[in-house]
Design a protein around this ligand. Structure first.
Ligand code: AMP
Ligand code: MG
Length: 331
């Protein structure tokens, strides 16, 4: 009897061993690295052979850093800086490409997304990290030079119609960096990766044949409120908790409504899913401004863009199409 049990045990252990070995061989290792770029931690996880993956990740990080340098408003002597400070026209094709995409989304969002927002962001003190509530007159005055129609593109050249107009790619550049990083990883032969730029994410391919799982952060507490499944998709979130101050019990944050000059209050978190990361990024900012009712309506005309929004009370709203990817946490 005892011998029988022993034989069973040995056979069982043998099978368990073979199974463990098989799964170990089957699941390729995930390599992970973080770097502080564009004012945030950028983390890349990628599957594949060690040497090749690490090299590919290095290349992708360099792409993100290059986007950061090109699009920052602080880069002295850069084309964006010269355009803002000295009204020198921009002829850099990479910048013009992103300006054109920005202008398209400005038109589609009824002006909610607007890269000429810079003088307002500056007035509110969000660049210096010491934000303050401006006087209403200051806001009214500044609003006069915030309007994407004051930008002009003729072919591959960007000019402004008023010398005081200044641009800021803060609402779209991180998404663009995600696209560049993903393209670079693909070029290097990586088929499976997750790129996370401070919570703005691009999921490349699958993780062991399944979609990547991306958490939606609880905007007013710990942990996540749900999970999004993504394959070759961007998942980008704009939130009022990222950069804000409280004055007289009211929260003021870094996304500003170009129509009023004030931060919107409708939604506290807006997560957009789209194939293209800069489009997801710009729409997350735009929909924060537009709010739930008009936003969900507007997206009926934008196939391929899905959104999950959370309001102050924690209530969650989403486009019908988002339901396919979304699993909400049960409370
Ligand atoms: P995001 O986190 O992508 O929503 O981007 C927020 C950043 O975009 C801000 O820090 C500003 O630099 C910029 N921004 C603020 N309001 C707008 C707006 N209405 N349209 C475009 N960019 C904006
Ligand atoms: Mg954005």
């Amino acid at each position: 009897m005892k011998n029988k049990i022993n034989i069973f045990l040995i056979v069982f252990l043998l099978f368990a061993g073979i199974f463990a070995l098989k799964t170990a061989v089957k699941s390729p290792r995930l390599y992970r690295k973080s770097e502080f770029i564009m004012g945030t931690y950028v983390t890349i996880q990628a599957e594949g052979k060690r040497k090749r993956v690490l090299k590919a990740m290095e290349r992708a990080f360099r792409e993100v850093a290059a986007v950061g340098e090109k699009f920052t408003v602080f880069g002295q002597e850069s084309p964006v800086y010269e355009f803002n400070e000295n009204s020198v026209s921009i002829e850099d094709s990479g910048i013009i490409e992103l300006v054109k995409k920005s202008l398209k989304i400005s038109r589609e969002s009824g002006g909610a997304f607007d890269i000429t927002i810079k003088p307002l962001v500056e007035l509110w003190g969000f660049y210096e990290g010491e934000p303050r509530l401006p006087a209403r007159e200051e806001i009214t005055e500044t609003l006069k030079i915030v309007n994407y129609r004051l930008l002009e593109t003729e072919g591959w050249r960007l000019t402004k119609k008023d010398n005081r107009v200044e641009i800021d790619f803060g609402g779209i550049a991180k998404g663009y960096a995600l696209t560049k990083a993903a393209d670079s990883l693909r070029d290097s032969g990586v088929e499976s990766a997750l790129i996370d730029a401070g919570g703005d994410i691009y999921a490349l391919g699958t993780r062991e044949g399944n979609p990547w799982k991306i958490g939606i952060r609880n905007p007013r507490g710990e942990g996540t409120v749900g999970i999004i499944k993504a394959t070759d998709k961007a998942v980008v979130t704009s939130g009022d908790y990222e950069n804000f101050f409280i004055s007289d019990g009211k929260r003021y944050h870094h996304i500003i409504n170009p129509a009023t000059g004030y931060p919107p209050r409708d939604m506290v978190s807006v997560t957009v899913m789209a194939d293209n990361a800069e489009i997801a990024d710009a729409w997350a900012t735009a929909l924060s401004v537009i709010g739930r009712e008009r936003g969900l309506k507007l997206l009926e005309k934008q196939p391929g863009i899905e959104v999950v929004m959370i309001d102050e009370s924690g209530k969650i709203y989403h486009t019908p199409g988002a339901g396919e990817f979304l699993t909400l946490r049960k409370n």
